[in-house]
Design a protein around this ligand. Structure first.
Ligand SMILES: Cc1cc2nc3c(=O)[nH]c(=O)nc-3n(C[C@H](O)[C@H](O)[C@H](O)COP(=O)(O)O)c2cc1C
Length: 409
């Protein structure tokens, strides 16, 4: 018997039967390019027309909100009713014109819904998230009826995503958003069947996945983004995450993306992870190996990957099936094609840090988000970070926040 080595350019057949054209995914990056009513703008379509030819086989959208009363950021796309369908179809057609798949990342921020436009955030328990610089309000504890309603909203969003031409969906269960809050013993202090122990804390994520699967059918890809851990003391840790990964594999998901962190500890962009993980260019690789050992669910690893040889090795050594690339694609939109050609394009240095992790995490996001807006406007990314970038991002966010406070209901 001969064994063949899997390369980054090899297609991947998922458990549902759908195929990804290669092993590189564009990671989700909140674009904040929707119109006031949550429909995709022309600029969002133009951004994805650029990424359509990036070489990534899978394009994961940034946060798409399942409920217009719970936004993660101003300018998020909202899929909670059919009003945006024409623009959504234009967006997905632009994204898939060169053969890539596009999946909708379905998301709910829970208690980290940014005020002032989220007046009554909800959460598993009334525990406020205290991150200086973000004005998160004390959330209202969800009732059992609210939770049933939320599950229906995720399913409805998945249904709209299918109608809008997405090839699959990814349920956002990471980064300290609602589903991740349910998983965390720090945020979820409930004593009922949605939170009394680790199995109960998994329940909402699993029920959302089951409802989404029922809606989209057996042959459409359903993925989940999960934290390896939250990086907060007493929070969601590796052992519980491994149990969730096993449960998700048993639930029949098609792709598990591994990430980590939250607003408090933005490990997803490498801010809170160790030197060793940063040096290895794969922040969550140790956990990926553990999941690989325990399950056969296809794995997508995101966070820190830059060098073609490293990425090739991750796939060739069967540690993961797909590698995710985020920030490089804001400066070099065809980074995946370059990786497939064995190139490592030079990237600008990181933005300046201010010595405080949540603020550093915010700067990192703002700087990269600014590049997305430049590409969407047909301009070249700006390779030198400056104070102006930050000021521009803040101004844009404030403007969008004010506009979205008057979001049409
Ligand atoms: C501007 C920006 C926006 C992001 N928005 C999202 C998001 O909407 N959903 C998500 O799951 N991750 C989001 N992330 C995290 C990325 O998906 C990814 O996990 C992270 O950037 C690490 O990958 P990288 O080192 O290749 O950039 C965002 C990252 C950046 C830089």
């Amino acid at each position: 018997m001969t064994s063949t080595t899997t390369t980054l350019s090899a297609p991947l057949e998922l458990p549902c039967g759908a195929t990804l054209p290669n092993r590189i995914a564009k990671a989700a990056m909140s674009e904040q390019l929707a119109l006031r009513d949550g429909s995709p703008s022309d600029r969002l379509r133009r951004l994805y027309a650029v990424w359509a030819r990036s070489g990534a086989g899978l394009l994961l959208t940034g946060n798409i909100m399942i409920d217009r009363d719970a936004l993660t950021e101003p300018g998020n796309v909202i899929l909670d009713d059919g009003r945006a369908m024409t623009a959504v179809r234009d967006w997905t057609s632009a994204a898939t014109q060169a053969g890539a798949s596009i999946w909708a990342q379905l998301s709910h921020p829970g208690k980290v819904a940014v005020s002032p436009f989220n007046r009554r955030p909800v959460a598993p328990s009334p525990v406020r998230s205290d991150v200086p610089g973000y004005s998160f309000r004390k959330p209202r504890e969800l009732t059992a009826r609210d939770i049933d309603d939320l599950i229906r909203k995720f399913a409805r969003s998945a249904e709209l995503a299918m109608a809008g031409g997405f090839d699959g969906v990814q349920v956002h269960g990471a980064h300290g958003y609602l589903l991740s809050q349910f998983l965390s013993p720090l945020s979820n202090r409930r004593t009922d069947s949605w939170g009394s122990d680790p199995v109960a804390r998994q329940r909402l994520l699993l029920e959302v996945v089951a409802a989404v699967r029922d809606t989209v059918g057996a042959d459409v890809p359903v993925g989940v983004k999960l934290n390896s851990k939250d990086f907060t003391h007493g929070g969601f840790e590796n052992d519980e995450s491994l149990a969730v990964a096993v449960a998700l594999a048993e639930a029949g998901i098609d792709l598990l993306e591994i990430s980590g962190g939250s607003y408090e500890e933005p490990a997803m962009t490498g801010v809170a992870v160790g030197q060793k993980e940063r040096a290895h260019e794969a922040y969550f690789i140790d956990f990926a190996r553990q999941v690989r050992h325990e399950t056969s669910v296809p794995l997508l690893l995101t966070g820190g990957m830059r060098t073609p040889a490293h990425m090739e090795a991750l796939v060739a050594d069967d540690i993961v099936d797909v590698v995710g690339i985020g920030r490089p694609m804001t400066f070099v939109p065809d980074y995946p094609s370059r990786v497939l050609a064995g190139d490592r394009p030079r990237l600008p240095q990181n933005p300046p840090t201010v010595g405080y992790r949540p603020a550093n995490g915010y700067l990192e996001l703002a700087w990269h988000n600014d590049q997305l807006h430049r590409i969407a406007a047909g301009r070249a990314p700006q390779r030198r970070p400056g104070l102006r970038t930050l000021v521009r991002s803040m101004a844009r966010i404030s403007k969008a926040a004010i506009a979205q406070a008057r979001i049409p209901r």
